[in-house]
Write a new protein. Structure first.
Length: 173
């Protein structure tokens, strides 16, 4: 696929809209926002939408270094929102996955976000709503975002996180 040059007017329009979307994302976290950053929430979304990930794969999906992803996961692990476990295909590899509690954070924020977005879209005529939906679906696809309808099933009932081992860096692969 040939990479095209972006139209500056389109970039400006998306940049302006992105400020609104960031505000909606922040508002949608609600009470969880006190304990969960937007970056941590994004990690939860990646794990909920793509399933268990090796630390290097999660870091790549988040566009951060593996050490940054590891620190983020340490915080999410302490909150009980993710768990570390051995990969089924390679028992040497450690993966992280979202817990039921982590998936609940994602689901609640998504429900709040859906309501906030519906309120904004409700100010537009139906024809413009359809145009916005088509444009944003294409934008999300170009960015590699996985639609909610294609996410894996909910994780099994909440599992206790593995205890942290001092002096080691589990999950770093």
């Amino acid at each position: 696929m040939t990479k095209q040059v972006a139209d500056e007017a389109a970039v400006d329009a998306v940049l302006t809209a992105s400020r609104t979307l960031v505000a909606v994302a922040t508002q949608s976290l609600g009470a969880v926002a006190e304990d969960t950053t937007i970056a941590q929430y994004r990690a939860l979304v990646v794990l909920a939408s793509r399933g268990p990930q090796r630390m290097t794969d999660l870091a790549a999906a988040l566009d951060v270094t593996p050490s940054t992803a590891g620190r983020m996961c340490d915080r999410l692990l302490r909150k009980g929102l993710i768990r570390r476990h051995r990969a089924r295909s390679d028992r040497r590899a450690v993966q992280v996955s979202v817990t039921a509690a982590g998936r609940e954070v994602v689901d609640q924020a998504t429900a709040r976000r859906r309501a906030l977005i519906a309120g904004i879209l409700g100010r537009l005529p139906v024809r413009q709503q359809s145009a916005v939906a088509s444009a944003l679906a294409a934008f999300a696809a170009a960015a590699g975002e996985i639609p909610d309808s294609q996410w894996p099933a909910d994780p099994p009932a909440r599992m206790k996180p593995e205890p942290e081992r001092s002096g080691s860096t589990p999950g770093r692969s």
